[in-house]
Write a protein that binds this ligand. Structure first.
Ligand code: NFS
Length: 670
């Protein structure tokens, strides 16, 4: 019998615990409780089930077993893995395609309500591809860039163009290995073709194409999505935001936008500020409209507009349980079907908007970027009309302030200033050992593990070890809820060297870099660190690690794989989709070995699945220290730092005047 967990075991977040207690009291089902009731299939979870044809499903339970067609465990695991990676790449990239079409429509004056907000980024990106920019109107440049980007999806030969933005050495390596993606859709389709019954049956050869498919995501579809979002909605820069369910308002119409694409949510933000809509809300008896986000939509509008985040993936049901949400407006990805049934217990309307996503029982108001503002207003009116149906509410009071908005452009600026924006200070801090290394902590919540615990634990431990942390996706929201994304709030938990750097530059120790497609920003940061000099000439030489401690989505696997292809060491927590049976004969399956040691030999990056958080930390620090040693940098020694910056000033301030003088001038006087 699966174990029923306590509230504390289900989530590290007090707001979640409060709502889960309420759900239990009301007898309402949530993903947390369904995860307790439904044990995962141990054969499927280990990657040992093949259901690619009608002879199966073949469930292989012993080392050496094969499917009816003769497929081995290694082949089946490789096929399952590449299919997940292809689905993840498809999701990110299809999002990128829609953004490119929106850019095209904006350039041609056909998209109501949108404009080109960041002309500087448009010009910088266009110039990278030799699109003429001088003397041209932003719309002309945008039209050419949109055409180029749209073409990347259906391109048959050549290379997906954003790959030219990788370090030169990396590009050469990809060419040598034959993994430069030719066209985004082509690689995804080929992944499906190769895994049809009776096609590619050499696991290494299958996974070779997994790398190419993943590069088409990170250095293709995702990068396109991030570029176009910045061009249309503005490149993020730090601003003040809030996170957790306490952002919902008792006296206002609460509308939550949930999903991933910023095209609709940005328009809902604009519509919510329209005087006509505000009046409409007031006429309905509310003080106004309060907008908030869940999942990566939350990150998109939090980073750019400071709209609060109601929570991460596992908060979607909990938000409805407050009884205070008039409408949850969803577009694509990470939306639970369970929302509709859950919402039946309250007045909340679930509104689907994407032509690609409908949920039985939900209200569908289809979004079309050509009439975006009109549709956004229509959606808000539905929510406002629903305000009168609100019953009893139960809004947890937990909310935390945060400062998101660390695009790579902003980090560059913060480190060097307007006229000499540069990654030099970051590289110098790493070289000196003030910063031991960098960790990107990303990815989902998974109801099979305690919500947020792994994200927060791993983040806290690494900060103590002077590792600078950058975050995206639901991981960033977990840190936001825990107060790490606010400079002073997190600093007493930070190691001495990193603390000095954060104080000197004025940044929090954890940098929120955006949504999951914005992991492409991390690729750009890593590239800029390489190009700045002093830390080797390719990403695999950097003392950097990527972690997805609570992953669950196929997109996370795609992200992990393109990070490996780019040279990073990536560790996933939680479940291991290529583990094989627990009683397997060898220490690791052939696939586990291949994506770790095998990929490291080929690309300098490796992928591992590790459940124990302390082991994740150990491996992360071991890797960072090894990379430091390989670069000839001094070994990490925290005792060398912490004698400057704000900490030192506070210490001096506490001394009597004479002693303070002696401390400051004494050494010099001698
Ligand atoms: Ni990323 Fe964003 Fe969250 Fe996981 Fe889902 S919202 S795209 S997949 S659950 S981090």
């Amino acid at each position: 019998m699966p174990k029923k967990r306590s509230l504390e075991e289900k989530s590290a977040d007090p707001a979640a615990r409060e709502m889960l207690a309420y759900a239990e009291e009301m007898g309402i089902s949530t993903a947390f409780e369904r995860a307790d009731a439904l044990a995962p299939c141990n054969i499927g979870a280990a990657g040992l089930c093949c259901k690619l044809c009608g002879m199966g499903p073949c469930r292989l339970t012993k080392d050496g077993a094969t499917g009816i067609c003769g497929a081995t465990i290694d082949t089946i695991q490789a096929r399952n893995l590449i299919r997940a990676i292809a689905a993840g790449a498809a999701a990110h990239s299809d999002h990128g395609r829609d953004m490119a079409f929106t850019l095209k429509a904006v350039a041609n004056g056909e998209a109501e309500g949108y404009m080109i907000r960041d002309v500087a980024k448009l010009r910088t990106v266009a110039a990278r591809y030799d699109i003429p920019i001088e003397g041209r109107a932003p719309e002309e440049i945008a039209n050419d860039l949109a055409d180029l980007y749209i073409a990347q999806f259906g391109q048959q030969n050549g290379r997906v163009v954003p790959t030219v933005r990788a370090p030169e050495k990396r590009q050469k390596l990809w060419e040598e290995r034959g993994v430069i993606p030719r066209g985004i859709d082509r690689e995804v389709v080929e992944a499906l073709h190769r895994t049809h019954i009776g096609d590619d049956q050499d696991p290494r050869h299958i996974l070779h194409h997994a790398i190419r498919t993943a590069i088409a995501d990170g250095w293709g579809g995702s990068m396109i999505a991030t570029d176009v979002s910045d061009i249309l909605f503005g490149t993020p820069a730090p601003l003040l935001g809030q996170a957790n369910l306490g952002v919902l308002k008792e006296d206002m119409v609460n509308v939550i936008v949930h999903g991933h694409e910023p095209t609709l949510s940005e328009m809902i933000v604009a519509a919510s500020q329209d005087p006509e809509i505000i009046e409409y809300a007031k006429a309905a008896g509310a003080k106004g409209i309060s907008l908030s986000g869940i999942c990566c939509t939350a990150n998109e509008i939090l980073m750019r507009q400071g709209i609060p985040a109601a929570g991460n993936f596992l908060h979607q049901e909990l938000a409805i349980l407050t009884g205070a949400v008039e409408a949850m407006v969803v577009d694509v990805q990470c939306i639970m079907q369970a929302l509709v049934k859950l919402a039946d217990n309250f007045h909340t309307k679930i509104i689907t908007t994407s032509p690609k996503v409908r949920i039985k029982g939900a209200t569908h108001i289809e979004f079309d970027e050509h009439r975006a503002l009109t549709i956004a207003k229509e959606i808000l009116k539905v929510a406002i009309d629903n305000f009168k149906n609100r019953g009893e509410t139960r809004i947890p009071q937990d909310r935390a302030d945060l400062i998101p908005g660390f695009s790579h452009e902003y980090i560059n600026y913060a480190l060097g200033g307007s006229y000499r924006g540069s990654f030099r200070p970051l590289n110098d801090a790493i070289m000196a050992g003030r910063i031991r290394g960098v960790a990107a902590i990303v990815g989902c919540n998974n109801p099979r593990t305690q919500q947020d615990f792994m994200h927060v634990y791993v983040t806290e431990r690494l900060l103590k070890e002077d590792v600078l942390v950058v975050e995206t996706g639901c991981s960033a929201i977990a840190s936001a809820k825990s107060g790490f994304l606010l400079g002073e709030a997190g600093l007493e938990k930070v190691g001495p060297g990193l603390r000095e750097v954060c104080e000197a530059i004025g940044i929090p120790p954890v940098l929120h870099m955006g949504s999951c497609v914005d992991n492409s920003r991390i690729l750009t940061v890593l590239t800029q660190m390489v190009e700045e000099g002093g830390l080797g000439d390719d990403i695999d030489q950097l003392p950097a690690v990527g972690l997805a401690p609570e992953w669950m989505s196929e997109k996370a696997l795609a992200i992990g794989t393109y990070c490996v292809a780019s040279g990073a060491y990536v560790i996933f927590g939680g479940s291991n989709p290529v583990s094989g049976m627990p009683d397997r004969v060898a220490d690791s399956t052939l696939i586990e070995q291949y994506i770790s040691e095998g990929w490291e030999e080929l690309y300098g990056g490796k992928m591992e699945f590790v459940t124990d958080p302390d082991e994740i930390i150990r491996r992360t620090l071991e890797h960072i220290d090894k990379k430091r040693a390989d670069l000839g940098l001094p070994a990490y020694d925290p005792n060398r730092f912490g004698r400057s910056g704000d900490a030192r000033i506070h210490e001096l301030e506490a001394l009597p005047l004479e002693e303070r003088r002696a401390a400051i001038y004494g050494a010099r006087a001698k």
